[in-house]
Write a protein that binds this ligand. Structure first.
Ligand SMILES: CC(=O)SCCNC(=O)CCNC(=O)[C@H](O)C(C)(C)COP(=O)(O)OP(=O)(O)OC[C@H]1O[C@@H](n2cnc3c(N)ncnc32)[C@H](O)[C@@H]1OP(=O)(O)O
Ligand SMILES: O=CC(=O)O
Ligand SMILES: [Mg+2]
Length: 570
């Protein structure tokens, strides 16, 4: 057994005996599985490869532009509305009419593409289920390919699961939520699929395989002639939306469905993107079903964008809520923009989840969720996200009570008052304190999340909150920022400055606490030590890594070949 750089073993893998039947120029390095082969058909792979070949240079250029923008921000520039696209912001135009099948999106449940969770989410009573290849999924080969199998079966209506341990059979109800699929962001490669010798773009694999296998059944059974529907994450500029629009057009043309069949909601979850909301909708105008406040990545992006601005340090993560001026301004402007352009303005995720063993704490958590949803519906959001089926009745009640029988508030809550929000409003530095407990919590949560992610779970409950890639990113970049600028921790009355010695001590103590909390057996068997090394390296690195998962991805890639496993990238 090999020991990788980070001290954990690379799994021994048998030499493979069967191979996928691939089109020219495509090489599959992921494990062969007869179920996966039904997804990785020659035709479906050709569809993905054609997308990759047509768009790879556009994607490379868009990522290069991100690096250019980062350089500018690092030299002191601030994100701003682009004077060159003022005409798009000022002219009156609207997106294509909302498909009737998704006019009502009051509560949307989200979750990874795990088989049981897909069934539970579709049965949950939510209007929409966003099946996630992104923040909530650890993108290892098995998770991705099983996810594709699960979605194909879900759209076909045949998905089922027999949980033998509980003797319980899961299958779909007669009425289910409408399915949206969130592919990965542009930055993530799919290292198990090589196209012309290069790793495929992760999101084109997620989109392409799902679309190819399910568009027809989806339009018949779910979309009432429209679809499939998507959520698009982590974009920073409208040029990235333009690429998605072209991908959709190509997909529609290839399979011969009408222009505007595919619809997508874009997450506004990077700071630069808030200045591009009109432009993003404009690029996707025939394919849009709105924008969503991806609040957690947005906070992460605030720190990332201002990584070289020591005057813009964030307070403790728990203090950066939606009532901070910059967050409220972002949500208000998003609602105003969407409703002006005739599409949904979706709210975001409250991180609370049900607390099973403590009714008082559970009620307090539910109350926080209700408060958050009430703020959203009153502000004009047309719907919201729930992380867990147990939260749906409370979220639905708030939206129903405040929206009456209407499916949405697109035409009724215009929020003209938000038209005057300025760049200063959107960038205003959040207020609050930085504490030792904040540093400790970031460390404890970041390490445990990464340990779960390396073990295949992209979303976990920690300290009664949902943690996923976006929330973990906040913990990472906040630690990095505090270390980089040696911030003084207030509130505790100790006035300690964050430096490498303090951080090393905190890491050691928090690792001891994690071991105590999870128990030594689980601690030793789990990926905690590997996670700790990766997380610590990222928090202390002289330059900020763009994404936690981009580095960590290298540790979950395992290549297979005729001769046996050829390479784990670490
Ligand atoms: C920032 C963002 O990007 S937000 C979007 C990404 N994040 C997400 O999608 C969060 C999704 N939520 C989850 O993954 C889970 O709710 C967690 C990890 C937070 C908690 O999971 P658990 O600890 O397993 O929850 P719990 O034990 O209470 O689950 C009870 C039941 O609800 C199901 N369940 C929980 N969450 C979900 C969900 N989101 N979708 C479908 N079913 C769910 C479980 O599968 C379980 O089913 P069972 O009773 O049939 O076994
Ligand atoms: O994807 C959602 C977010 O909040 O991040
Ligand atoms: Mg996100």
């Amino acid at each position: 057994m090999d020991i990788g750089t980070y001290g954990y073993p690379t799994p021994a893998v048998k030499k493979i005996e069967s191979y996928y039947d691939v089109p020219e120029g495509v090489d599959i390095r992921g494990r062969y599985d007869a179920e996966f082969a039904k997804i990785l058909t020659k035709d479906a792979l050709k569809f993905v490869a054609d997308l990759q070949r047509e768009f790879r240079n556009h994607i490379k250029y868009a990522l290069e532009c991100r690096r250019e923008a980062k350089k500018k921000y690092n030299e002191g520039a601030l994100p701003e509305f682009d004077p060159a696209t003022r005409y798009i912001r000022e002219q009156e135009w609207v997106c294509a009419p909302v498909p009737p099948a998704v006019a009502d999106r009051k509560v949307e449940i989200t979750g990874p593409v795990d088989r049981k969770m897909v069934i539970n989410a579709l049965n949950s009573g939510a209007k929409v289920f966003m099946a996630d290849f992104e923040d909530a999924l650890s993108p290892g080969w098995e998770n991705l390919m099983r996810g594709q199998v699960n979605l194909k079966d879900a759209v076909a209506g045949t998905i089922s699961l027999h949980d033998k341990a509980r003797n319980r059979v899961y299958k779909l109800n007669d009425q289910t939520a409408k399915l949206f699929v969130r592919p990965r962001g542009w930055h993530l490669p799919e290292a198990h699929i090589l196209i012309d010798g290069e790793p495929a773009t992760g999101c084109l694999v997620d989109f392409g395989l799902y679309f190819y296998h399910s568009y027809s059944a989806f339009r018949r059974t779910q979309g009432a002639g429209f679809g499939p529907f998507f959520y698009l994450p982590k974009m920073e500029h409208s040029r990235e939306a333009k690429i998605w629009n072209s991908v959709f057009e190509k997909a529609e043309d290839v399979v011969g469905i009408e222009r505007g069949s595919i619809r997508a909601t874009v997450l506004i979850e990077t700071l630069p993107a808030v200045f591009q909301m009109n432009e993003i909708l404009y690029e996707l105008k025939e394919h849009s079903v709105g924008l969503n406040c991806g609040r957690w990545d947005y906070i992460f992006s605030y720190v990332k964008t201002f990584q070289a601005h020591p005057d813009r340090l964030l307070p403790d993560r728990v203090q950066v809520g939606m009532t901070q001026h910059f967050m409220k301004s972002y949500s208000d402007l998003l609602i105003r923009t969407c409703h002006r352009r005739g599409v949904h303005a979706m709210g975001g995720m409250a991180a609370q989840i049900p607390i099973k063993d403590d009714p008082v704490a559970n009620e307090a958590a539910l109350e926080l969720v209700r408060k958050d949803k009430l703020r959203e519906v009153k502000a004009g959001h047309d719907g919201t996200w729930a992380a867990h089926p147990g939260l749906i009745p409370a979220c639905m009640e708030i939206f129903n009570n405040n929206m009456g029988n209407a499916s949405n508030q697109i035409d009724t809550v215009k929020r003209e008052d938000a038209a005057n929000l300025t760049e200063q409003d959107l960038l205003q530095i959040p207020i609050g304190t930085r504490t030792m407990e904040g540093l400790r919590l970031n460390t404890r949560v970041g390490i445990q999340y990464l340990a779960a992610w390396l073990s295949g779970s992209g979303c976990v409950p920690l300290y009664n909150l949902m943690e996923d890639a976006a929330t973990a990113e906040i913990s990472r970049v906040q630690n990095w920022q505090w270390l980089k600028y040696g911030v003084e921790l207030d509130e505790d009355g100790l006035g300690e400055k964050v430096n490498k010695d303090l951080f090393d001590r905190v890491v050691e103590e928090e690792m001891a606490r994690i071991e105590k909390e999870v128990g030594t057996v689980k601690f030793e068997k789990g990926m905690y030590k590997a996670a700790c090394k990766i997380f610590t390296r990222q928090c202390t690195s002289p330059t900020l890594d763009d994404f936690l998962t981009l580095d960590a991805y290298n540790y979950i890639v395992v290549h297979h070949a005729k001769e046996g496993p050829v390479k784990a990238l670490n």
